[in-house]
Write a protein of this length. Structure first.
Lengths: 145, 140
């Protein structure tokens, strides 16, 4: 059975199916870190996506990328593991077209899962951060799975 | 006489000098469009800047004058194809979903100590959109 978590932003919740076949170490670190409650704000360089910094725990101890990608499709959750210049991990979630970029160009992330169908309210809540500013994202283990 | 624009962002005022010699047509069109009222939002692709869309100035056929790709700090940049005007508070570049690097007109530069204004631009990332008004300086 696929592993899943529940994500809540601004009162809107949805399940995320985790891709532990593509990213087993990153998914395991994410699950070990739950529950998480983090400041979430809109990306400045990467397009229609939001990000949250994860400064401690298993996520901040992650090593290499897994199944690295640049494009982050709508509804996809991704993780940028710690790097020498950026200690701590970065959790990203896209609501539209997004591509992981830094000031010096494209970078790669590990794709870790995807919102299940019917997540319109959550996608709208993510998009609203471009207008309303920073909010909070909560991630916890999904119930009933 | 230099063309100066008074910019009021959420109660904080800055003045920008337009680069009329190096961007004459873009300055002419912008000057004619003033005053402009909008909501300044943080850019999503271009880094450390805020932007507004001035739809009446959007023109895909207009050549880009005084071309830059990287936005100078305290610079006012304009992309005619979108009618997008950006106010840069840090490291920023003309970019979008299809272009990791694009071009913009360096339309103007903020004068004097614009720190308070640029702090307001930066704050849009965490706090959301803020009202902005651009007017000819002599309207003061």
């Amino acid at each position: 059975m696929a592993k899943s978590i529940e994500v809540t932003v601004a009162g809107a919740s949805a399940r995320v199916t985790l891709w532990d076949d593509l990213a087993p170490k990153t998914v395991a670190a994410l699950l070990e870190s739950l529950p998480l409650e983090l400041p979430l704000q809109h990306c400045k360089w990467s397009g229609s996506a939001c990000f949250a910094d994860v400064s401690g725990g298993a996520m901040a101890a992650l090593g290499a990328l897994e199944s690295p990608v640049v494009s982050i499709y709508p509804g996809v959750l991704a993780v940028r593991p710690p790097t020498p210049g950026a200690p701590g991990a970065e959790l990203l979630i896209a609501y539209g077209d997004a591509e992981y970029r830094w000031p010096d160009g494209r970078r790669q992330v590990t794709p870790v899962g995807e919102l299940e169908p019917g997540a319109r309210a959550l996608l709208d809540a993510l998009a609203a951060t471009a207008v309303k500013g920073r909010t909070t994202i909560r991630l916890r283990a999904a119930e009933g799975r | 006489m230099a063309k100066l624009v008074r910019i009021t962002l959420d109660g904080v005022v800055a003045v920008a000098r337009l680069h009329e010699e190096s961007a004459p047509e873009t300055v002419r069109r912008f000057w004619a469009a003033l005053p402009v009222e909008a909501t300044l939002r943080h850019v999503r692709w271009s880094g450390e800047a805020g932007y507004i869309l001035i739809s009446k100035l959007a023109d895909k056929t207009q050549p880009i004058e005084n071309m830059v790709s990287f936005y100078p700090p305290a610079g006012v940049a304009f992309r005619p194809e979108h009618g997008e005007m950006a106010f840069c508070y840090g490291q920023a570049q003309a970019r979008d979903h299809a272009h990791p690097a694009a071009w913009a007109c360096h339309l103007g530069t903020l004068e004097g100590d614009a720190g308070a204004f640029l702090a307001k631009v930066k704050a849009t990332c965490a706090e959301g959109g803020k009202p902005i008004r651009l007017a000819r300086e002599e309207e003061r």
